[in-house]
Design a protein around this ligand. Structure first.
Ligand SMILES: [Fe+2]
Length: 361
């Protein structure tokens, strides 16, 4: 992935977690986290979960992905899902899953309460697994007005494809005025440049797989990922690229005027933006504003990459728009939950021990 120039240095976005006597982030940590979220659009909270808590999250994920009747998510790459290159599925609202989500919300209450009112809906509790051979997602924004969380329930290496972010590209009132009033244009140009490189990377990889490189392609998979007429915004589909049918990246976004601007502003883009890939250690939690540019890379290792995810709305959100980007489990859709439900339900497990361990660490 050398041609994408991805940085693996996440130190500028990290806050080492310290919990108070109630098992919540200390005020100092909350202030640091909010500054990161406002400045960069994300924060990386290291060691928010103990090893035992992360293992509990991993067990909940395993239980769901081993269930043949699991509820698969309808976004990201459906083709990758169909060929088991990815397995994105929502988690049921069982007491252990809700308790795990509640523990995260309660520990992070100081941050959540700055952005999300107590009545705002929990849009999704899910798990995102990527296997070798998946496509690198295009750089995109999720539906706006949401705070999303990723929790690393085991160590994730950069080869396993920890999420890539473009810090500082989140949207807010007046953000277009940045960079001499060219923030939006330069950001979109940068996104186009990255997505062109991702398109080439995905095509080259598929071609190598077709020529016999591991992992082997399934029957029909090459055709479905490169020439299919089916909707999928994260495959290097040549047909949909040429027809302008991919809203993330297509010939429509790569006209002669854009190519000229990509050349003209290349140095400004290099100076202003960079792609940063997360390789979170077990127990690390990432919070990000949903409109921050990001992508789920391809897994380039034989080890599956598993992540726990949760999204909570910051504002009212129209149902169809919600379902474009988030897939609530049928049990969550039948019995909706809001932030207050998670803040007020069963207390943090083991709070006194956890607190003692953190403050004495
Ligand atoms: Fe996304």
């Amino acid at each position: 992935m050398q041609e994408l120039k991805v940085s693996n240095d996440t130190s500028a976005f990290e806050v080492p977690v310290v919990l108070d006597e109630k098992g919540k982030l200390t005020d100092h940590c909350v202030r640091q986290a909010l500054t990161m979220m406002d400045t960069h659009g994300l924060v990386v909270l290291t060691k928010l979960l103990s090893d035992e808590e992360a293992e509990l999250g991993l067990a909940l994920i395993r239980e769901t992905i081993e269930d043949p009747d699991r509820s698969r998510s309808a976004f990201a790459s459906e083709t990758d899902n169909a060929y088991l290159r990815r397995d994105f599925c929502s988690l049921p609202s069982t007491p252990p899953v809700t308790g795990f989500a509640a523990m995260l919300c309660q520990r992070l209450e100081g941050v959540y309460s700055e952005y999300c009112g107590r009545s705002r809906p929990v849009l999704e509790i899910a798990t995102f697994t990527s296997y070798r051979g998946s496509s690198h997602q295009y750089i995109h924004r999720d539906p706006a007005g949401v705070i999303s969380l990723f929790a690393a329930v085991e160590d994730v290496s950069d080869q396993q494809g920890g999420t890539v972010f473009v810090p500082g590209t989140h949207l807010y009132g007046g953000s277009d005025n940045n960079h001499g009033g060219m923030a939006r244009e330069l950001t979109e140009l940068f996104r186009t440049r990255c997505n062109y490189r991702i398109f080439r990377h995905n095509l080259k990889k598929l071609w190598r797989m077709r020529k016999g490189e591991e992992p082997a392609l399934a029957p029909g998979e090459f055709w479905d990922r490169v020439f299919s007429t089916k909707w999928d915004q994260h495959q290097p589909n040549l047909l949909r690229f040429l027809l302008g049918k991919n809203s993330q990246f297509s010939l429509r976004t790569l006209g002669p005027r854009t190519v000229w601007k990509l050349y003209r502003h290349r140095e400004a883009m290099d100076k202003l933006f960079r792609m940063v890939q997360m390789a979170p250690r077990k127990g690390t939690v990432i919070l990000y504003r949903s409109d921050l540019l990001h992508a789920g890379p391809d897994n380039r290792s034989p080890q599956p990459r598993r992540i726990f995810g949760m999204s909570i709305a910051r504002d009212m959100i129209e149902a169809k728009y919600w379902h474009d980007g988030y897939s609530p489990h049928p049990t969550l859709a039948a019995n909706p939950m809001c932030l207050a439900d998670l803040l007020d339900c069963a207390a943090l497990p083991d709070a006194p021990n956890v607190t003692h361990r953190r403050l004495s660490a």
